[in-house]
Design a protein around this ligand. Structure first.
Ligand SMILES: *Cc1c(COP(=O)(O)O)cnc(C)c1O
Length: 455
């Protein structure tokens, strides 16, 4: 199963994995052969595995752990709420204080005019909610034929059938099929798909695909356009500067709703509360999750503008909800998490100090022979691994990203590989010294990867 292990318990846990655990997004055959790495504890920006290795978590769990690991305040908020009211639903004309207080706090930090929140258990459920809400919205307005939602190829909107349908991941579409009336346009991924165009030319081209699709489907049939401000799971794809202004111009021409999937960009990742603030976009709906609770407990939601909520108010029953919508313990943790983000001025520090520092240090890796591009915004970063720096030619079929990821894991750093793009999204509380450590380890792993693939 595994290579050498020093802790016999590691083998026991790996055996349990083999015998009983069906893991998400994993190749089951490979997982059985190698066994999972077992993460046992965490503090600050560090994880420890069952072998006693200390690992700098360059991915904040899975883009989640904004305030870092080991925050007692969050555990205490959960414990206190569990003792007082561990569960009650928010269906059928009931509510409880934590969910109401949280809705108010989110309205305070959300963009102007976005004052309503529908809570869910995850980001995927937030996007499921969006799909039903948006179609319901147009039906109330007497335009039930406005059903089509436009997403983007290689966008990620979660793993429920609606989330995967809205997203543009071919591998997910192939397993389980798609919900009808969802269509996709190309992504603004200049490094991978920009060809001979300049980034700005390509950004305009990619944005124009939205207008082309609206006209092809018919404005009278399009309900909404959904996009991440910055694609996360697709490979930290930072759109060219020309992209969002052109998209805004197109959206202003047509009567369709704009949905920002803020599951990664929300709650400070870019140094602003939301990625939409960073880009100056004005969505009608925003999906949230991940940083909302720093991942300490599952919670997601959909922030809804006054414009949409006013129509819903006229529509009678909204036949939608989850048992755990607005779960009181999750709401209490989210409230405490947002309190920490505000009182410790974590966004200000990201914006003014650590994001500029991380971006400067990361870009020093651009001189490495394997690196074709380094890009990033806020505390998001991507490193493109290439065979030829000038032509952006890839190492076809060598799995260079996974080789690099393996070296990172073995050398105390978690960087994720999306194909041959290495990505990072560390906790928002990362210090400059920890950024230095992250970049030094990344360079070492790039060297080890270069030795492995260039020989
Ligand atoms: C993670 C993610 C989701 C899905 O959230 P889950 O909580 O895993 O359901 C949706 N959208 C984006 C942009 C994400 O990164």
């Amino acid at each position: 199963m595994s290579k050498q292990v020093s802790n016999p318990q590691t083998l026991e846990w790996q055996a349990l994995s083999n015998d009983h655990h069906l893991a998400p997004f994993s190749d089951y055959k490979q997982l059985k052969e190698k066994g999972p790495r077992i993460i046992t504890k965490a503090d600050g920006v560090y994880l420890w595995d069952s072998e006693g290795n200390k690992i700098l978590d360059g991915m904040a769990g899975l883009w989640c752990v904004a305030v870092g690991y080991g925050r007692d305040e969050l555990a205490e908020a959960a414990s206190k709420q569990m003792k007082e009211l561990p569960f009650y639903n928010t269906f059928f004309m009931t509510a409880h204080p934590p969910v109401l207080e949280l809705a108010k706090v989110i309205a305070d930090i959300a963009p102007v005019g976005m004052n309503h929140v529908f809570f869910t258990g995850s980001g995927s459920e937030g996007n499921d909610t969006m799909l039903r809400m948006v179609r319901h919205y147009w039906a109330i307005k007497g335009q039930p034929q406005k059903k089509v939602i436009i997403g983007r190829i290689n966008g990620y909107h979660g793993s429920t059938v609606a989330g995967a349908s809205l997203g543009g991941m071919q591998g997910m579409h192939d397993q389980g099929g798609l919900i009808p009336d969802i269509v996709h346009i190309p992504q603004p991924y200049w490094f991978g798909e920009g060809g001979d165009m300049t980034p700005d030319e390509f950004g305009i081209w990619a944005a124009e695909q939205l207008e082309k699709k609206i006209l092809e489907v018919g404005e009278d049939r399009v309900a909404a356009f959904i996009a991440e401000p910055i694609q996360g799971a697709g490979g930290v794809i930072i759109p060219p500067d020309s992209y969002w202004p052109k998209i805004r111009e197109i959206l202003a021409k047509y009567d369709i709703l704009f949905v920002a999937d803020e599951v990664i960009c929300g709650f400070g990742r870019t140094g602003e509360w939301f990625g939409s603030d960073y880009y100056g976009n004005s969505p009608d709906l925003m999906t949230i999750a991940k940083g909302l609770t720093s991942g300490y407990i599952p919670m997601g939601g959909l922030i809804v503008s006054d414009k949409v909520a006013d129509v819903l108010n006229e529509g009678g029953d909204f036949n939608h909800g989850f048992t755990y919508s607005g779960h009181p313990v999750a709401a209490a943790v989210a409230l405490e998490n947002i309190r920490i983000l505000r009182e410790e001025k974590i966004l200000e520090r990201v914006r003014e100090e650590t994001a500029p520092y991380l971006q400067k240090r990361l870009r020093e890796l651009a001189d490495h022979p394997l690196v074709g591009e380094v890009r990033g915004v806020g505390l998001l970063g991507a490193i493109e691994l290439v065979k030829n720096k000038q032509t952006r030619e890839r190492f076809e079929g060598k799995g260079v990203g996974m080789i690099c990821r393996g070296h990172c894991f073995d050398n105390g750093l978690i960087m994720r590989a999306v194909g041959d793009t290495m990505i990072i999204s560390p906790p928002l509380v990362i210090s400059k010294a920890e950024i230095d450590e992250l970049v030094a380890k990344a360079r070492k792993c790039l060297d080890l990867t270069a030795r492995a693939v260039l020989g």
